[in-house]
Ligand binder design. Structure first.
Ligand code: NAP
Length: 243
């Protein structure tokens, strides 16, 4: 059985390793190519877009894929939408593996918003010094907020011609510890965090640090999930493969 895993997440990497260890299963992992030096992939892999849903259909057919697993980032809606369409067109079993969103506790000060634009709209009423942890692709949403100062963390530097909000860019890759995150927030006198509700352990320490320091978190809620069967952990995805 040949499985295509649409990856880019830690869960996708773990699933690829475990699934390819099952006898009779070959895994191909596909990455968007968003990070310059992605983590080494343990299975056969490919990098870059397919050319929309039609391109994905062609890839699935040309490579005789038997099952499709969409283990992409919860905010990567376009590829998930394309995957749902392509699986339907090719009559392929299709599974979505997406980690559970974080949930606020009584000690958290979350302001939940529907998207990044809503986060930018509310931000001036919340804080002046902001920790922006949304990656490098959508920084332009915040560039008009000239009176605010942003600490922006990402894996790779923004493109040379990218619009960058007022502030400082730091390049770091998770996982991050609670102590590190608290020190960062204190060092830069951060008053609020903007985060997508990505879920998972690797970047959760910033949420814990905000809780410990009693800082508000502008939490961008997840976009709607693509249609299809969905699981939230690697073991459940392995069960689906086995059955
Ligand atoms: P997207 O908007 O869903 O995808 C845009 C296009 O990128 C897709 O249409 C597809 O191109 C290509 N693509 C995406 N994932 C792919 C994969 N695994 N294999 C092959 N092609 C893929 O996703 P995005 O632009 O990557 O990111 C959107 C949001 O997700 C952002 O908020 C970003 O911060 C977040 N995110 C993404 C990743 C990631 O690894 N992709 C990781 C962390 C966070 P074609 O139409 O040409 O096939």
């Amino acid at each position: 059985m040949r499985i295509l895993i649409l990856g880019g997440t830690e869960e996708a990497s773990q699933l690829a390793i475990k699934a390819s260890a099952i006898s009779g299963i070959e895994v191909i992992t596909s990455l968007a190519g968003r990070t310059i030096e992605p983590k080494k992939i343990a299975t056969r892999s490919r990098i870059g877009g397919f050319g929309g849903a039609c391109g994905l259909v062609k890839y699935l057919q040309d490579n005789k894929i038997d099952r499709l697993i969409d283990a992409t980032h919860p905010f990567a809606t376009q590829i998930s939408h394309n995957a749902a369409i392509a699986a339907k067109v090719c009559h392929l079993p299709h599974l979505i593996l997406t980690r559970r969103p974080w949930q606020p506790t009584k000690s958290d000060r979350w302001i939940e918003v529907s998207d990044l634009k809503a986060a930018a709209d509310i931000l001036p009423t919340v804080a002046q010094r902001v920790f922006l942890t949304i990656g490098r692709q959508e920084l332009a949403t915040f560039t008009h907020l000239k009176d605010l100062w942003f600490l922006m963390r990402m894996i790779d530097h923004p493109q040379i011609d990218a619009a960058i909000p007022n502030g400082k860019v730091i390049l770091q890759k998770g996982p991050f510890s609670l102590v590190e995150e608290e020190q960062l927030l204190i060092k830069y006198q951060i008053e609020a965090i903007v985060s997508k509700n990505s879920g998972g352990e690797a970047t959760y320490a910033k949420i814990l640090a905000a809780r410990a320091l009693n800082l508000p978190v502008i939490m961008v809620q997840r976009p709607l999930l693509a249609t299809g069967k969905s699981v939230s952990d690697v073991e459940s995805a392995l069960n689906w493969i086995s059955h």
